[in-house]
Write a protein that binds this ligand. Structure first.
Ligand code: SF4
Ligand code: SF4
Length: 373
């Protein structure tokens, strides 16, 4: 059976602007069924790295917040800390960056709550018994919510080909240990330029770090390391690094298993909204936004995270590619833009696997909510 994916384009006129169209899209997609009175509703989004500009427009997020409130819910804006050092690697930096990019109580009327806490260690282990993981470490604050709206900036992605709803929740709601286990099969490593200050030792909950490496440098004892990832943000000299050794296929499947843990095992009531605008060639974790590879397309919503990502990718590929961008080909309507950017990544793997383990369907029908204005 085909899943329903509702669509609005970006045409607007005086009496029907994008806010009213977005509201109508969410109403027809069933937002009211999702939100009970006084329900704590997580609005999962990406606030953008400092310097990035392609994240979802803060004013559109305000529109969603207002609608959730009108349904009786208590919305909060949320994301998890990044695995690596940057402007979102702990809750303090993350909230400053969110504020700088236009997100927070004074802008949207909803607070920012970083879902995995101060340092990315606040997680709940959920048993899933899937191919890659027996348990997944999900961000605690989202697991405690009553419902979730996954607001996703749909784009290309350098690790997974596409960055859609599955990526937004699968990777985006993994706590730090979870993110590390998605990206890497081994413990972090310490660079040869470590200055042997010893500051990182106190951050390791397993006592795996000591100054016993060559020339007194820090060293990680593999047998003791529990893969929590805390050391990655502990070094003031940025000398502790991730081994990005996981394959393209496994990263995608692992992300899907995290989404499975939240949606199927935890059973969080969710609605997915993909903003197919500013379709950049890379994710919003970079401190820059490269030019969009296709013209802006619209906004889609669905209760099926697989169908919405399949539909979003198809809409991008059906669009004409833009010249003088990162695209290397596939300019014609119908050409695979994502494979043109990343020829070694088959982005369909995540969708096939998600369908296989019961997260949704790749078959969909697009229902246009309003006629072109
Ligand atoms: S890894 Fe960093 S924090 Fe640890 S001893 Fe070396 S320089 Fe100091
Ligand atoms: S990943 Fe965690 S357990 Fe392993 S060395 Fe780093 S802080 Fe210690």
């Amino acid at each position: 059976m085909k899943s329903k994916v509702y669509f609005i384009d970006l045409r607007a006129k005086q009496k029907q602007n994008l806010f009213s169209k977005l509201e109508q899209l969410l109403n027809i997609s069933g937002i009211k069924n999702l939100i009970a009175r006084q329900a704590l509703v997580a609005l999962k989004l990406h606030f953008g790295e400092d310097g990035n500009l392609s994240y979802i427009h803060p004013r559109l997020v305000r529109c969603v917040v207002d609608l959730v409130k009108s349904c009786g819910g208590l919305p909060f804006l949320t994301d998890t800390n990044s695995l690596y050092v940057g402007s979102r690697s702990n809750a303090v930096h993350h909230m400053h960056t969110a504020h700088k990019n236009g997100f927070g109580l004074s802008m949207q009327g909803a607070p920012v709550i970083i879902a995995d806490g101060l340092r990315g260690a606040d997680s709940i282990a959920i048993e899933i018994n899937q191919q890659h993981f027996k348990t997944v470490d999900l961000a605690q604050q989202v697991c405690q919510a009553d419902a979730m709206l996954a607001l996703t900036h749909f784009k290309a992605h350098e690790l997974t080909g596409i960055g859609g709803a599955l990526k937004n929740i699968g990777m985006g709601l993994a706590a730090r240990a979870g993110k590390l286990s998605i990206h890497s099969t081994v413990n972090p490593y310490i660079a040869k330029t470590c200055i042997a200050c010893g500051s990182c030792i106190a951050y390791c909950p397993a006592g795996a770090i000591s100054l016993t490496g060559p020339e007194g440098r820090a060293s990680i004892e593999e047998a003791r390391c529990i893969g929590c990832g805390q050391c990655l943000i502990s070094c003031p000299e940025h000398q502790i690094h991730i081994r990005w050794d996981e394959s393209v296929q496994n990263v995608q499947q692992k992300i899907v298993e995290y989404a499975y843990g939240l949606l199927k095992v935890k059973g969080l009531n969710s609605l997915f909204v993909n903003f197919i605008t500013n379709v950049t060639p890379e994710c919003d974790c970079y401190g820059h936004s490269d030019a969009a590879i296709v013209p802006d397309i619209g906004i889609v919503a669905s209760s099926d995270p697989v169908a919405i990502d399949q539909a979003s990718a198809d809409l991008v590929n059906k669009a004409p590619g833009l010249r003088d961008t990162a695209l290397k080909g596939a300019y014609r309507a119908g050409g695979d833009k994502f494979r043109s950017l990343y020829s070694h990544i088959d982005w369909r793997i995540q969708l096939e696997y998600a369908e296989k383990i019961g997260l949704g369907s790749r078959k969909y029908e697009i229902i246009k909510v309003l006629k072109e204005t």
